[in-house]
Write a new protein. Structure first.
Ligand code: NA7
Length: 540
């Protein structure tokens, strides 16, 4: 977009989603830094720019899923509690109108290299099309889902119909009317695509490896009047969310599952279920994610509720089995609206690919291990991402000695606070590895982490500090902390993208900080109050 090939700036941010836009606005408009953003896509929105597959919708309710900037929320009204991708894109247009964001974003600029010059203490960042930026502070805000995951099936390229990965869906959509459609994968994405395609496709087959323990969305329209009334409490609301584990306006009940009688428990489960969203996950008994028996009680309630909605016993046992038991909430539950009822239609099917894996792709469709050829016109690959670390390992980021991050993170992930790395002075990242990323929602997480990065940069300017760099010891300590926190929970007992276990060959470790926001915020504050404890500080 007419940007010069060579850019000099104080701060260079990569990614113009929630994180990048937050940093740009606060660093530029409140603190007066010169800031530029490189964005690989053609518009603002990050995940909402890339994901326009049918049914793409946020799973965190309004107003927690928006910026806390009053000038933005005062002038914006949502249509419903859980808006879809198109509305989120309009929201970013609104953010741009209010905060004048785009003038400092360079679009169509995929970053391919970043190197630090020890002498000048500047980063040099290069894009695929030859742009070069020199900056003092380099911030990676590319989120946790920047690298797609394609299955390694034989013959993937031979399919003659239409095949897309969910995050690369055509802008103008794919017409599924009268078509035979396959959806592979039942993460949040697969559930949403399947639910939408089921309305119009001639036939739909969902290929499920692990059941998604979906929760009822309880979607609701929001009127302008009710939002207007609620806005009186928004300032308080945005502060309060930081006092909860996952940054939501609700938190775990401070009792164990066994503290209540079966009747009381049933009543609470039912109430959380009716209130909907993530409440049955993140507003339930505090031991649910820690204790197997407590967890089992949750699973059993979930299975009872869901099984009652599926008529066919074979489909019922695949989608919501009584056995094997899947620890509840240790993988990301999706929110659904009529995902289970749709299987009561004869043209909607589910195949258990744990028992009967996909063996290969042929021109007409998919062949499963039992030799069946499933014929399709359209295949949606909802097979997820090399989540959390994949994107950052893939953008040519090198340390002070020219060693790539992909080497440093080959056998595991090391960072300090989930925002900085040893060997990378003045480089920050957010909503990524070893932060509260997966156990929170995007806007909350980027505001908490963004505020720390901004405070750190401001402190460096105020105190004439040239560079800060995390020490190896601090990284080792953080690495251990992230793993230990996870080991207390049931998260590490299950293969999931939280554990890096969705990608063949990826080291198995907890990739997210599971200590909750209050504890995380305390760690961040102590680091700054302690004059960059855990960092080597070089003064000008
Ligand atoms: P996810 O949550 O990683 O889901 C990917 C799905 O694809 C999941 O059901 C996987 O099964 C399945 N999968 C992955 N690879 C294969 C292969 N090779 N064969 C068959 N099935 C496969 O990605 P999403 O895009 O749904 O969601 C990502 C996050 O974005 C989500 O958590 C939200 O936070 C927003 P598995 O469960 O591993 O058995």
């Amino acid at each position: 977009n007419g940007a010069p090939k060579e850019i000099e700036t104080d701060v260079l941010v990569v990614g113009a989603g929630f994180g990048g836009v937050y940093l740009l606005h606060r660093l530029r408009d409140e603190l007066g830094f010169k800031v530029k953003v490189f964005e690989a896509g053609k518009d603002l929105g990050g995940i909402w720019h890339w994901n326009c597959y049918p049914g793409a919708r946020v799973d965190s309710p309004i107003p927690v899923y928006e910026y806390s900037f009053p000038e933005v929320w005062k002038t914006w009204t949502w249509s419903c509690k859980y808006p879809g991708w198109a509305e989120l894109r309009k929201y970013f247009d609104h953010v741009d109108e209010v905060l004048d964001i785009k003038k400092d974003v360079v679009f169509d600029s995929a970053v391919v290299a970043a190197d630090f010059d020890k002498k000048s203490k500047m980063w040099t960042v290069k894009t695929e099309d030859g742009k070069v930026a020199k900056c003092r502070y380099y911030i990676v805000a590319t989120g946790f889902a920047a690298k797609r995951h394609f299955p390694d099936w034989k013959g993937l390229e031979t399919f003659q119909g239409v095949m897309h990965h969910s995050s690369f869906w055509p802008e103008n959509g794919v017409d599924v009317r009268g078509k035979r459609v396959a959806v592979v994968g039942t993460g949040s994405t697969g559930i949403q695509i399947a639910q939408e395609c089921a309305k119009e496709a001639k036939e739909l087959t969902v290929f499920q490896r692990t059941p998604n323990l979906c929760l009822p969305m309880q979607q609701a329209r929001l009127t302008e009047k009710e939002q207007q009334e609620r806005k009186e409490d928004y300032a308080q609301f945005f502060r309060d969310r930081l006092t909860t584990f996952a940054g939501f306006p609700f938190d775990f009940i401070q009792r164990d599952t066994k503290d209540d009688t079966p009747e009381e428990r049933e009543k609470i489960f039912e109430q959380l279920w009716q209130e909907g969203g993530f409440k049955f996950w993140l507003a339930t008994y505090k031991d649910m994610l820690f204790d197997k028996d407590a967890n089992r009680q949750h699973y059993d309630f979930w299975a009872k509720k869901v099984r009652a909605r599926i008529n066919d016993p074979v489909k019922r046992d695949i989608l919501a089995p009584l056995e094997p038991y899947h620890p509840f909430g240790t993988k990301r539950p999706s929110l659904e609206q009529d995902f289970y009822e749709m299987f009561n239609k004869p043209n909607i099917n589910v195949v258990d690919i744990r028992k009967n894996p996909i063996r290969e792709v042929v021109p007409e469709g998919l062949v499963t291990a039992d030799g069946t050829l499933h014929k399709f016109d359209i295949i949606a690959l909802a097979t997820g991402f090399d989540s959390v670390t994949g994107g950052m390992k893939n953008m040519g980021l090198n340390d002070i000695n020219g060693i790539p991050l992909s080497e440093k993170w080959k056998l595991g992930t090391w960072s300090h606070l989930g925002m900085t790395c040893n060997g990378y002075p003045n480089m920050f990242f957010l909503y990524g590895a070893q932060g509260p990323t997966a156990f929170s929602n995007g806007p909350t997480c980027v505001e908490v982490q963004g505020d720390w990065i901004i405070d750190a940069i401001k402190k460096m300017r105020d105190e004439k500090i040239d560079s800060i760099e995390a020490t190896r010891e601090a990284e080792e300590e953080w690495h251990t902390k992230v793993q230990e926190l996870s080991k207390k929970t049931l998260f590490h007992t299950v293969d999931s993208w939280y554990m890096g276990a969705n990608i063949p060959g990826k080291p198995r470790e907890q990739l997210n900080y599971a200590g909750g926001f209050p504890e995380y915020s305390r760690e961040l504050k102590e680091t700054l109050d302690g004059n960059f404890r855990g960092f080597v500080v070089v003064s000008a």
